[in-house]
Unconditional design. Structure first.
Length: 67
């Protein structure tokens, strides 16, 4: 399992943006590049898992420091 490396604000933003993009996929059926809305799956899943593989690769963490 991946280590948690996404903070609360980052997580909320990812979930909102991901859900909005997926909603756009269903709300805009006539768009020529409609499949790009499906990229919203990535921030949605990483937000729900509280872990981002790219953050792990680059050693980034938006989680607050543990005392």
């Amino acid at each position: 399992m991946l280590k948690q490396n996404i903070g609360k604000i980052d997580r909320i933003l990812r979930i909102v943006v991901g859900a909005a993009l997926i909603l756009g996929f269903f709300m805009n059926p006539d768009a020529s590049m409609r499949w790009l809305y499906l990229l919203g799956i990535i921030p949605l899943v990483t937000g729900l898992m509280s872990s981002c593989p790219l953050y792990s690769i680059f050693g980034i963490s938006t989680c607050p420091m543990k005392k």
